[in-house]
Ligand binder design. Structure first.
Ligand SMILES: *[C@@H]1O[C@H](CO)[C@@H](O)[C@H](O)[C@H]1NC(C)=O
Ligand SMILES: *[C@@H]1O[C@H](CO)[C@@H](O)[C@H](O)[C@H]1NC(C)=O
Ligand SMILES: *[C@@H]1O[C@H](CO)[C@@H](O)[C@H](O)[C@H]1NC(C)=O
Ligand SMILES: *[C@@H]1O[C@H](CO)[C@@H](O)[C@H](O)[C@H]1NC(C)=O
Ligand SMILES: *[C@@H]1O[C@H](CO)[C@@H](O)[C@H](O)[C@H]1NC(C)=O
Ligand SMILES: *[C@@H]1O[C@H](CO)[C@@H](O)[C@H](O)[C@H]1NC(C)=O
Length: 276
């Protein structure tokens, strides 16, 4: 080492610094990824009132309307544009907003299907796509949203069956709302086996058929409301359906094709019932 002139070492260090900064690819900047995702989201929407066209300009997206960034970094934590007419499909790029915890697009005239890429939003706690015109099936990938507390897909045009395993990894889920869609087929018997936090089940106004699975509420001890009305459910009400739901306040089963007697023991364990 002593024989290598200092100047050579300095030159070598300088060269390696230059090549590291300008020739090797820099690691992805999450903030840039979020910007790209928001622009891709905007690009697919008709935005008839020009809300995004007027407001989502420049690159400082933390100041854009409907965008909330996390306190510590320039990353999107919430995207809330409820009741803003957006009109169009959801870009799969939304799945790249890896710090997102709230996605609220209630009443924004969305069309097309729900991108399975939304299942990549590991930090998502609240997802509302309530009151849009979204169609096709519920993507099974939503079952990967392990921190989800509230899921509302109500008032859309979703069809197909409720995926049997969609909630098995959602231990924090408190609210599931699928009201007024075109969902059909049977209610999967073990749908709620792993959702102990569940308080509200809104499955009303769909095309669900078959019997109410007798075991479907066995693990949801905190259930407050249970809406299955306006469907095509048939058979008798399972006598022990409500045995492990002592906090139930509201039960709606009307406007189905249920038959047989109302089981005498059905409400024995439901002490807080307000509406049936
Ligand atoms: C990422 O990019 C944003 C804006 O483009 C910049 O403010 C931020 O400092 C960058 N972060 C890193 C770690 O390079
Ligand atoms: C966008 O909306 C935000 C929040 O309402 C506002 O503070 C900002 O000035 C608007 N920006 C533009 C370019 O209109
Ligand atoms: C989502 O938007 C709806 C409609 O504006 C509002 O009632 C609801 O409180 C919002 N939820 C969250 C978590 O932002
Ligand atoms: C973001 O998501 C889209 C579509 O899901 C993908 O094509 C793209 O490569 C992703 N990554 C970045 C860094 O934008
Ligand atoms: C859920 O996440 C796991 C692990 O990240 C992945 O292997 C799987 O493909 C995802 N499932 C769906 C349906 O996207
Ligand atoms: C029961 O459902 C039918 C068909 O969907 C509907 O026409 C009717 O208004 C509903 N009845 C009640 C009481 O909601």
């Amino acid at each position: 080492y002593a024989r290598i002139p200092i100047i050579v070492i300095v030159l070598l260090l300088a060269l390696s610094a230059i090549s590291a900064s300008s020739f090797s690819p820099s690691p992805a900047n999450g903030s840039d990824t979020d910007l790209g995702a928001l622009l891709a989201f905007k690009a697919l929407l008709a935005d008839p009132h020009g809300v995004l066209a007027r407001n989502w300009t420049g690159t400082s997206f933390c100041h854009w309307i409907g965008v909330l960034c996390s306190r510590r970094r320039q990353r999107v934590a919430a995207l809330s544009l409820s009741d803003t007419p957006l009109a169009g499909p959801l870009a799969p790029h939304l799945g790249n907003l890896s710090f997102l915890s709230i996605l609220n697009l209630t009443g924004t005239s969305l069309t097309g299907s729900i991108p399975p890429e939304l299942g990549r939003l590991r930090r998502l706690r609240y997802l509302s796509l309530h009151e849009n015109s979204l169609s096709d099936a519920i993507p099974i990938a939503l079952g990967n949203l392990t921190r989800l507390e509230a899921l509302s897909l109500s008032f859309n045009k979703l069809s197909g069956q409720i995926p049997p395993k969609v909630f098995v990894r959602l231990p924090k889920l408190e609210t599931i709302s699928l009201t007024e869609n075109g969902l059909s087929g049977q209610i999967p018997p073990n749908l709620f086996n792993n959702t102990p936090s569940l308080k509200y089940i809104y499955f009303d106004d769909n095309r669900l058929s078959g019997q109410i699975p007798p075991e479907m509420l066995l693990s949801v001890h905190n259930l407050r409301e249970f809406w299955l009305n306006e469907n095509g459910l048939s058979g008798q009400i399972p006598p022990h359906l409500f045995n492990s739901t002592p906090s139930l306040r509201i039960i709606y089963l009307d406007n189905n094709s249920l038959s047989g007697k109302i089981p005498a023991e059905m409400l024995l364990h439901v002490h807080n019932l307000e509406e049936f």
